[in-house]
Design a protein around this ligand. Sequence first.
Ligand SMILES: Cc1cc2nc3c(=O)[nH]c(=O)nc-3n(C[C@H](O)[C@H](O)[C@H](O)COP(=O)(O)OP(=O)(O)OC[C@H]3O[C@@H](n4cnc5c(N)ncnc54)[C@H](O)[C@@H]3O)c2cc1C
Length: 291
Amino acid sequence: MTTTAAPATAPFRFFDVHVVRTRRVSPSVVRVTFGGERLDALASGGRDQRFKLFLPQPHQDRPVFEDTSDGWYTTWRAQDPAERPLMRSYTIREKRCHSGEFDVDFALHGAGHGTAAGGPAARWAAGARPGDRLTVLAPVVEDNGGVDFRPPTGTDWILLTGDETALPAIAGILSWLSPGTRAKVWIEIAHEDDRQPLPTFADADITWLVRDGDPGRLPAALRTAELPEGTPYAWIAGEAGTVKAVRRHLVRDRGIDRRAVKFTGYWRRGATEEDLLAELTAGTAPADGED
Ligand SMILES: Cc1cc2nc3c(=O)[nH]c(=O)nc-3n(C[C@H](O)[C@H](O)[C@H](O)COP(=O)(O)OP(=O)(O)OC[C@H]3O[C@@H](n4cnc5c(N)ncnc54)[C@H](O)[C@@H]3O)c2cc1C
């Protein structure tokens, strides 16, 4: 069984990056490979390594920051919303040390068909071309506070659920698990062809659920699933409502210790990331932790 060191909060740093290439890995996902100067200093802890990505406004050819020192957040918030870079959260799908490049898998959620659908990040990814410039705020040491998947010692088996937005993290977690670790995995996707190979040494049982317009597939599948004996550690991510339903089921109906359930709403139906940030700042975000 894999064990982990205590969580650490380590420095993150701004990096200017550019698109090296893009590849449509499935109908709903485009993989963007980033390169840039100094990228050998960017570190990834693997698993669900999160980072912040900053997009330019439509009239800009790169994100315009007034301040990238430690106090950047206050300055960024005070910047004219029409000028300040758009901030989004993503996962490092893979970092390659030899080239310094890293990959990010973007769920397109409707973007890319010449419509105004999706959000700014999805639309940016759908139209990304080599040379396009972004800024990222990413870790510079492997053991950093942007990794949430940390099963405690004594865990017997792992439960993972998520949608296309959590697929990069699930891929990272599966490739990190020790040989023979028992894992039960449910992944909700939009199309049959959104399945991806997920290399792992773990003893993983992976169920793909094609949404077919029904966002309740994942909780329903969990409710009828046979779960292994022993002490689980669960990691749940994806749409906030689905995450909440799955967590409730695991804690209330299955009696899993709430401390062994790591859950994160990666997005919420009808809310942009700006809306979610505004709720957090105003202290009006729904209490995800209640069950
Ligand atoms: C820690 C973390 C890691 C993440 N990692 C990834 C990742 O690696 N890859 C990835 O694709 N996403 C990832 N996400 C989710 C991503 O940040 C959101 O989907 C984000 O809202 C996309 O920004 P946008 O500009 O495209 O849409 P926004 O402007 O934020 O939203 C526009 C509209 O689209 C809706 N929406 C947003 N995402 C989706 C979706 N997936 N399906 C359907 N509707 C949606 C919103 O509800 C809103 O109505 C992650 C989120 C977090 C918190």
